[in-house]
Every structure is written in C-alpha cells, then in structure tokens.
Design a protein around this ligand. Structure first.
Ligand SMILES: C[S@@+](CC[C@H](N)C(=O)[O-])C[C@H]1O[C@@H](n2cnc3c(N)ncnc32)[C@H](O)[C@@H]1O
Length: 253
C-alpha cells in the first residue's frame, strides 16, 4: 500500500512513521509513505502557502494553488487511483472499522491542514472524505495523519509478526481487549488469574472472552449496545456481571 502525505512538516511525517511496526513495514516494502511539502510548489518569491481569509477575521487560510500543484505531483507519482483524505476536526471520528476499510485500499493521499485550515473550494473540489481523530483541535493535521498511517500500516499483511494479535485488539469485534499478564521474574505469578496458569486452553479462551465482554460493559457500554452478542456471549457477560456485582456491592452497573 502507498500513502502520500501533504504537509508543511514533511520531516515529522517521515520520522513519525519510521519507528516500530510501521517503520518495519516500510523497510520491508509492505507500506510506502512519502511526504510532500506544498511549500515546494509555491510560485511566489516568499513561497507563501497561506493568506488572510476573505471577509476578514483572525487567522490565515491555506492557499489552494500550492496545495493543488502538490496534490497533482503526488497523484502523478503512482498510477494507482488514490482516495484523498483531509484530516480535520470537522470530519467523522476515525474508527477501527474505517481503519480496516482504508487499509484495504491500494493508495491514500492525506492532507494536513495548518492555520485555520484549507480554502473550502479546494476541499470541495479535491477531497473525497474528511476524518477526525477526536473532538479536540490540534494545531495541524500531522499528528492526525501519523495516527492514521500507524493504524492502517500495522494492518498491512506481514506487518505484525503475529497477525492474530490484531484480531484480538480492542474494537475489532466491537469489544475491548481482555487484560494481559506476562512472565515477569520480579512480579512472579501473584495477582495473575489462576486460569491463565492452568494450561486449560478452552478455559483460558472462555475467561478472555468473559473479560473482554465485562470490560466493555464496564468501560464502554456504548460499544456493547451496538454489538450483537451470541447466546454464549450473553451467558459469559451475565457471569461477569454477577461476579462483579458480588465483588462491588455498593458499585454501579
Ligand atoms: C487549528 S486546526 C484548524 C481548525 C479549524 N479552524 C476548525 O475549527 O475546524 C489546523 C488543522 O489541524 C488539523 N486538525 C486539528 N484538529 C484535528 C482533529 N481533531 N482531527 C484531525 N485533524 C485535526 C486539520 O488538518 C486542521 O486543518
């Protein structure tokens, strides 16, 4: 998969996507990331990429000309059709389902705004969709683009050493992940649920599913309300809730 990112801070994009799983995916050629600077496509002497807004008011707005020329160059760098995404606090919030959908695309072009954002006419003409990473305002789209590249990049086939680990991640099946424990010498097995030490794989799988359901019930009831549970899941959740209520007689839920 190829992701081009248009940003006034291309070095940040390159560095932010050069570490860990996504950095390895780039090294292995599973993911190609290229950053483009609209300033390189500004034609005036000052290499201006922004100007004051029509109608006055505070702040500057990104000019459409350098963005347009930069986008054309990025598009021309590869014949594969690209979905153009503007990172914006005004878009729908990014979800794991959207990440999965985007990870299956051959090519994305991400646009990072700065200042008050992009000229609206450019958005209407060039942008296929807007995406937000949350209900807060960043000073630029670079962090949001890096989030998107990371989430999409780790899903490329071969990026994770064990693909099954992504399948049990939070949100993949509408639920949060279960808690994890590891073999720490200093911490020993104290506090580790006995079932995880039992070697009984069926019991471990049941425990993990029950925890996943229970955690989602406790922490993200909104997710649970949108998830269709099998009769077996409903039984596991009822068990979790009964145990939890017994342990927290004064608690809510
Ligand atoms: C200071 S913000 C502009 C905010 C804009 N005036 C508004 O209120 O909608 C500059 C740029 O940061 C990026 N940005 C800010 N918050 C974001 C968010 N929550 N998700 C994705 N991108 C964001 C966008 O690219 C935006 O164009």
């Amino acid at each position: 998969m190829r992701i081009d990112v248009l940003s006034l801070f291309p070095d940040f994009i390159d560095q932010a996507t050069s570490v860990g799983v996504v950095g390895r995916a780039r090294e292995r050629g599973l993911l190609q990331v290229q950053a483009w600077n609209p300033r390189d496509y500004a034609t005036d002497n000052y290499r201006r990429v922004d100007d004051r807004p029509f109608g006055g008011g505070p702040g500057m707005v990104m000019l459409p000309e350098p963005l347009g020329a930069c986008l054309a160059a990025a598009r021309a760098a590869d014949p594969a059709p690209a979905r153009v995404i503007l990172l914006s606090p005004q878009g729908p919030r990014l979800t794991q389902a959207k990440v999965r959908e985007l990870a299956a695309q051959p090519r994305l072009i991400l646009l990072c705004g700065r200042y008050e954002g992009l000229d609206e006419r450019f958005i209407e003409r060039e942008v296929d969709e807007e995406l937000s990473i949350g209900d807060y305002v960043l000073s630029g789209g670079e962090l949001a683009a890096a989030v998107l590249v990371d989430a999409v990049g780790r899903l490329q086939e071969g990026a994770l050493n064990d693909a099954a680990s992504a399948e049990q991640d939070s949100f993949e099946d509408g639920l949060l992940d279960c808690p994890h424990y590891t073999r720490s010498e200093a911490w020993g097995t104290e506090g580790v649920p006995a079932v995880l030490l039992s070697g009984d794989h069926a019991a471990i799988a049941r425990w993990r599913r029950r925890q996943s359901l229970g955690r989602t019930w406790l922490r993200r009831p909104d997710l649970l309300a949108r998830t269709r549970l099998s009769p077996a899941d409903r039984t596991l959740l009822a068990e979790f809730i009964a145990e939890w209520r017994a342990a927290h007689p004064a608690g809510q839920g």
